[in-house]
Design a binder for this molecule. Structure first.
Ligand code: MN
Length: 460
């Protein structure tokens, strides 16, 4: 019999994932040595874009070439387009684990660097494929490592610790670092800290604190959410005025005494507003804070400007960065409006879930995010998962969001949305805490009731 302590167990799991990643690295190297152009396909969110960034940076440093495309989903049409391509190596980041059978049919070799829990179990293991996914090693892809982290692990044997910061950009994008880092993310952080490419210090965790006037930095801070101030510029200004701090200055322009007052008062509202801040010391100010970096890349993805986000990850610190900053500002204003809408309209409750619905073009883009923030700000019932519905002609796009407390009770939105959407000819999946689906508009009501029932079963 084998008695492993919890710590040893985690070590063993990490070790087994690292071995798999090394296998992928060997395959990548083999193709680079043969001068093959590597075909990279990744997801359009901050994690996916930075995952592609990590892999492409590693390829460049090896003097190799890549051709990268960022897609919203690995749809059949995407796969059939790729099937016609003549590349010798395909790398899929932040996607692919659910489509192993189809990807195994590609003519070239395949690396899948994913961290989603939906795994194509029908797929037979293929000689041409290396599948790297933390869930296959008993690790948690929701918290332990994101796709950018998995990509980093693949590049790790090549020894580029300067990519550790970028690997954490994706982890922040996927909200894996709320309340501290764990698992592989911690291992990546350690790489960065040891090489001096990542730094950590205790500070206020305000959004774009070095760039924005205080009232905007504070009102644009959604993580952690500051009730009465987040998404509320007026509330934020009033809060600062009450403290006798001028709201238009930047944080660094405050005197030490003012900084302390501000810190103390914010901590009174939400203690999580003060804590570890992670940075890439060599970066330009806009990207130095890893969380800010992730927000800029995320804003690019959300505005369908993946190329801009990717350029930043690949080193453009001029035009792309400027464009991303403008996108982020617009995005944050849109978020604030969406949260204002939730504040006013609230959600509709079923027995076990609650839902919000919109057909508004701008609001549709932020439904998932405002659901999360609404939960955090206490504008939505934290005990019930939020199902956010966005009408797209005769389809409905669904984002499901819940809290760790609810997943702790057994709720798994990924499997709930996957099963429910399948029943209506749609598709869905994701993580236990955040998931997505698409179903026909005419099935929306039935879909909601089915999700309601599934969540009830999950909580037993
Ligand atoms: Mn991801």
């Amino acid at each position: 019999m084998c008695f492993l302590k919890a710590g040893d167990m985690i070590q063993k799991q990490q070790h087994s994932l690292l071995n798999k990643a090394e296998e992928a690295c060997d395959l990548l190297r083999k193709h680079l040595e043969s001068d093959h152009v590597v075909r990279v396909i990744s997801h359009n969110d901050a994690d996916g874009i930075s995952a592609a960034g990590v892999i492409c940076n590693a390829i460049s440093r090896q003097k190799g070439k890549f051709h990268v495309t960022i897609v919203p989903r690995l749809k059949e049409s995407v796969i059939s387009r790729i099937r016609k391509e003549k590349y010798k190596l395909f790398v899929f980041c932040d996607m692919g684990s659910a489509s192993l059978t189809e990807l195994g049919r590609l003519k070239g070799d395949v690396i899948v660097a994913d961290h989603h829990q939906t795994i194509d179990k029908e797929a037979k293991s293929r000689e041409n494929m290396v599948h790297v996914n933390p869930h296959l090693h008993g690790l948690d892809g929701t918290r332990d490592v994101s796709a950018s982290g998995v990509s980093y692990l693949i590049s790790r044997p090549m020894n580029y610790p300067e990519l550790a910061g970028l690997a954490l950009v994706g982890a922040f994008g996927d909200m894996q670092c709320v309340g501290g880092m764990q698992g592989i993310n911690k291992t990546i952080l350690k790489d960065g800290l040891e090489a001096g490419t990542v730094e950590v210090r205790e500070d206020l965790k305000l959004a774009r604190m070095s760039q924005e006037p205080l009232y905007r930095a504070i009102s644009h801070t959604f993580n952690p959410a500051i009730p009465g101030i987040s998404a509320d510029e007026e509330g934020s200004r009033a809060f600062l005025e009450k403290l006798g701090i001028s709201y238009g200055v930047k944080f660094r322009e405050l005197g030490n005494e003012e900084k302390d007052i501000l810190k103390d008062e914010l901590i009174k509202i939400n203690p999580n507003v003060f804590g570890n801040v992670y940075s890439i010391p060599k970066e330009v100010p806009q990207l130095r804070n890893i969380e800010d970096y992730s927000k800029l890349v995320d804003a690019c993805g959300k505005n369908k400007k993946h190329g801009v986000g990717l350029s930043i990850c690949l080193g453009d610190r001029e035009k792309s960065l400027e464009e991303a900053e403008a996108l982020l500002e617009r995005y944050q204003d849109n978020l604030a409006k969406g949260i204002g809408w939730i504040k006013k309209e609230g959600s509709t409750s079923l027995r076990n879930i609650q839902y919000i619905y919109t057909a508004d073009k701008k609001r549709k883009r932020v439904m998932g995010t405002i659901s999360s923030i609404g939960l955090e700000l206490g504008l939505l019932d934290p005990e019930k998962p939020v199902i956010a519905l966005s009408r797209m002609d005769n389809l409905v796009k669904i984002s499901g969001r819940t809290t760790q407390k609810v997943t702790g009770k057994g709720v798994n939105l990924g499997s709930a949305l996957e099963a429910a959407s399948k029943s209506f000819g749609g598709t869905g999946g994701g993580h236990n805490i955040a998931a997505g689906a698409v179903v026909p508009y005419k099935s929306m009501e039935n879909f909601l009731h089915l999700v309601d029932d599934i969540v009830e079963t999950q909580t037993g």
